[in-house]
Design a protein around this ligand. Sequence first.
Ligand SMILES: Cc1ncc(COP(=O)(O)O)c(C=O)c1O
Length: 385
Amino acid sequence: MTLKRFMKLFDVYPLYDVTPVSAKGIEVIDDKGEKYHDFYGGHAVISIGHSHPHFVQRLTQQLQKMAFYSNSIQNPLQQELAKKLGRLSGCQEYQLFLCNSGAEANENALKMASFHTRKSKVIAFKNSFHGRTSAAVATTDNQKINAPINQQQKVDFLPLNDFEAFENCIKSNEHCAVILEAIQGVGGLDEPTTDFYQFVIKKCREHDVVVIADEVQSGFGRSGKFFAFQHHRVKPDIISIAKGMGNGFPVGGVLIHESLKPSYGLLGTTFGGNHLACVATLAVLEVLEKEDLITKATTMETYFRAKARELPQVKRIKGRGLMLGLAFDFEVGKLRKELIYSQKLFTGGSANKKLLRFLPALNITKKQIDLFFEGLRNELNKMSG
Ligand SMILES: Cc1ncc(COP(=O)(O)O)c(C=O)c1O
């Protein structure tokens, strides 16, 4: 008798033992009918809530018409998207290139910077995360996920907010780009100060270096402004976007300042900017505007912070808008597990093991925030009792 073989999954993800089968807003139902509250949004992806009716309707209607055609035909949805994105973000003087993920967005951003300056080294920051592909992973401060092939890219990793280190590094005139997150997501919610961000921009202008704002996680309203760099009154040269942009539909993009010129064939992609991706992003923008979700993110931040201050175990509250984290004096891995299995709450982690991350959909309510703190309080009490 021959044994039947079957294909296995390439086992790279440690998984929680939960199988979600449906979701609405921030509520997720598993295969046993158990209800969970999602304060993680699949790592800041769910921006307007799971299966938002407008999102579902827009995508369903488009799917019935046409899902895809490549970038060799006119696609007015891309123009409509660029126009709306420019208006809502206040970034009308940028040009939009659409792709499919955050890493690909950064890949294109870095490539543009290198084309534009004809240089190749990059400055990135300690604890950064920019993706897992070629140049994007090379600018990610995690040697474990950098294969020898990626290490051929020359990247200088500098401490955030170290003016002297930055000035000394950039004066070599070898760098094509500086890439930075205005709020470090995977790294654990550290931020450049306004002075430092403005200094970076000034020095980059002096040395012909392109500034890339990685807004993959912090963009699309999550920080309480459309882009997190807007808290610092700066204008980067390139802005990379993904995650919340599609509310779960895989889509990414780069906003490229008009001073960087395009030419045919310079960038390209098969799937990027397809009809479904455009409609998913338009639906997100329409809901952000109609439900005034960026303002709401700030209101909910204030509420969250007030509730968090009531917990003596919380040592510090980090982040902005609804990209928040609670710092404890112990590692939160076990707490996150208990929050899922006992309290039915999804939360996020980060490279900083003592930080519990809160990344809900931007239309979360005060009642739902109360639910989060009720669950958290229960678990913290169990731990101390
Ligand atoms: C700031 C930032 N940039 C880039 C990426 C990579 O995005 P993707 O996983 O869509 O390639 C991530 C993902 O977590 C991110 O947080």
